[in-house]
Design a protein around this ligand. Sequence first.
Ligand code: SAM
Length: 245
Amino acid sequence: MTWRASVVTLFPEMFPGPLGQSLAGKGLRDGRWAIDTLDIRGFATDRHRTVDDTPFGGGAGMVMRPDVVDAALAAADAAGPDRPAVYLTPRGRPLDQALVRDLAAGPGVVLLCGRYEGVDQRVIEARGLMEVSIGDYVLSGGEPAALVLLDACIRLLPGVMGAAESAAEESHANGLLEYPHYTRPADWQGRAVPPVLLSGHHAEVAKWRQTEAERATRERRPDLWAKHVTHDAAPGAMDGRPAAD
Ligand SMILES: C[S@@+](CC[C@H](N)C(=O)[O-])C[C@H]1O[C@@H](n2cnc3c(N)ncnc32)[C@H](O)[C@@H]1O
């Protein structure tokens, strides 16, 4: 069955946007995934097609109305089989590769993109939306965040990535950052490629790559390294690599 994304947004013209290009675009044309958008404004009930209102309790900005957002989400639900519904928000759990893998393995996703100060909390609770953040910074709307989440999922769908872009070794696949890459020329501006990569010894290359992946993770992401070490030490860590989480 085709993996289907339904995006609930005030800016439907932002989709598929960059996802219409490159491998994701080819996957879309090949029917590996599909996307539809629901324009939240189309679910407003008044003459002015109002989607927001002032916050109870006062303060700056506007809040998206629960009744209008709920109607749009109901229509999105009808567009595909039982799919998880995600509200993109800086208040959410951080997006990581484990969540991306889970979402990519399912039938698809419904994505709610906020604007203004965000969405009335009651519709988030009533619909049991999963709240997901793409990082500790604030965007002006959920659309770029939805594109990020979709890109990460789509590249994992069967038939989207070519063999050359294997996901097996890349950063976060096994809890480590990836090793560095080199290509021709072997000497560039006086900088030589690490000799082991020219040696033709596959086992030595694999060992070097593992060491460099561990070094990069230890130096750049102590948080990931701590998890990696904990997993390795855990009973049942059979092959010396942590279970990706
Ligand atoms: C200006 S932001 C609202 C920020 C909100 N008032 C807060 O402080 O948490 C408008 C919308 O952008 C989206 N957004 C902003 N930053 C995001 C992030 N880091 N991850 C996911 N979505 C984000 C959300 O959909 C949000 O409702």
